[in-house]
Design a protein around this ligand. Sequence first.
Ligand SMILES: [Zn+2]
Length: 317
Amino acid sequence: MAQDQTLTRQERSSALGYATNPLDRVAQFRDNPAKQSEFAADPRRLELILEGDHPFFRFDGQDYGLWFTPQQADAIGASHLTVFLGLLDGIPTFARAHAARQPEQPAPTGYFTSDLRSIAVQGLMPAAELGILAQAKSLIGWHRAHAFCAKCGSATTPAGGGWKRECTSCKAQHFPRTDPVSIMLVIDGDRCLLGRQAHFVAQSYSCLAGFIEPGETLEDAVRREVYEEAGIEVSAVRYLCNQPWPFPSSLMIGCLAQAKTHDIVMDAEELEDARWFTREDVRGMLTRTHPQGLICPPPIAIAHSLMQAWAFENITV
Ligand SMILES: [Zn+2]
C-alpha cells in the first residue's frame, strides 16, 4: 500500500527522516512473473542508482534529480543487481547497484554523490525521496551481505523482484531483514538522562539506544539497555514513535522510560559521558541556544523527536 497521507500526517513517526515513502510496494505482485515482466518492460520505467552505499544523483547546481531512464542509467555505469521498489504514481521504479566510486574519482560534471546520512542531514532531497532511498539502500545492502545460503553455504540468487533470495542448492528462501533497535529517553521528573559516545560530534548528547535481543520484549530491552549503559533502573516504558534507519537496516523504536533509581553508573566502553539534564537544558539543545553550546541530534532523528516530546510537549511516560 502507498502511504495514506491524511492518516500518516497524524503519526509522530511520519515527521522523521527516512519515514515518508510514497511508493506502493505492490508486494502481491512480487512472485508474479507476468507482472514483474510487465513492470520491467514499462516504457515509463524509472531507476535510481546506488554506487556502493552512496546514492548517485543528477545535479544541475541547484536541483537534485533522483530518477533516471534505463538508458540514462546504463550510460552512467553497469548494474550488477536491479531490484523492484514499487509503483510511483503507477510508474514502476527500480534500484540499481553500481560499483562503489573510488574516493579519488569524483562524480562527473552534472552529477553528485554522497552518503545517505549527509544527504538527509543537509536536507538535499525531499522527505519522500529520502524514504525511497532508505528502502533501496537497506534492500541492496541486504543482497550484498547474503550471497550465500545460511543453511547450506551454497550460492543464492535474487528472486521475487529482489525481495528474497533463493538457494541454488537446498532451495531455501531468505528474506530481507530489519533489525529492531530500542531508543529511549529516560525521565526522572523534571530531568532526563542523555549520553554521548566518543564518536559523536563535539558537545552533542543523545538518547541511549541498543539492539533488541532474541526473545526480548521492547520494554525489557529498554530496561536492560538503560541499566547496562547507565546503571539506572527503569520501571514503566511507553512507546512513542519509530523510524527506519538504513545503516544498514534498523528500525529505531522510540520510547519514554520512567527512571526508578537515580545514581548513574556509566559503562565507559559504550559511553564517554552520561548525565541528567533539566528540561531547560534540553530545550536549549533542541533549539541550539544552550548557554554552554550543548547540542543534540537534528530534527530528522528520532532522538530529537523524543526529546522534543518531553521538553516542549509535556508528553511523559
Ligand atoms: Zn542452501
